[in-house]
Design a protein around this ligand. Sequence first.
Ligand SMILES: [Mg+2]
Length: 229
Amino acid sequence: MTRLVLFDIDGTLLSARGVPRIAFGGALEEVFGTAGPIEGHQFDGKTDPQIARELLRLAGRTDAEIDRGLPSLWECYLGRLERTLPGRDVLVYPGVRELLDELEARRELVVLGLLTGNIEPGARLKLRHAGINNHFQVGAYGSDHERRDRLPAVAVHRARQLTGVHFRASDVVIVGDTPADMSCGRSLAVRALGVLTGRYDRAALEAAGAFRVFPDLSATAEVLSAILS
Ligand SMILES: [Mg+2]
């Protein structure tokens, strides 16, 4: 039995308490001259390029203009994130460190990975500041594809390249806090485990296909057995 466990970041492992959102908005202003209607715009469950495109389209930018500016946007965003994140606490949710340690202790059974809408350097920056970056061997990121539902296949492919193991859908578990996390692996029939540390409730995550939902990840033994079942 081998498992590939893919964690979402924001709302699942940690909260950077609004810092990335401010950095994102500032970078959009700096590079495109507008952050569009960012106030109240929903970020969770989406990839970084998807959020940028939504906001900039709403501000009247064409896709060609958006695509031209994205490399500068990421550079600017990462610079701002790096400057603003260290001074503020990153909240790691209850049970996260313990669960990661337990999974890591089962290295012969479990490959730990990320499945996140963050662009890769942004993801790694947040995890470094939380002190949990070294746990994750593989990942699929917003920088790999604008659509989250394309990311599970990317993660499975990378895990196979790394380990030589061909993970079947039944071997893969996604852990996340949004309906998009629960449904993104549906086309591959991947299982998804929900946590309520983000903005969504149990009913929303179950409706999106979660096979188990926990209030947070602090019930280590129970969560482990759900992941390994
Ligand atoms: Mg999330």
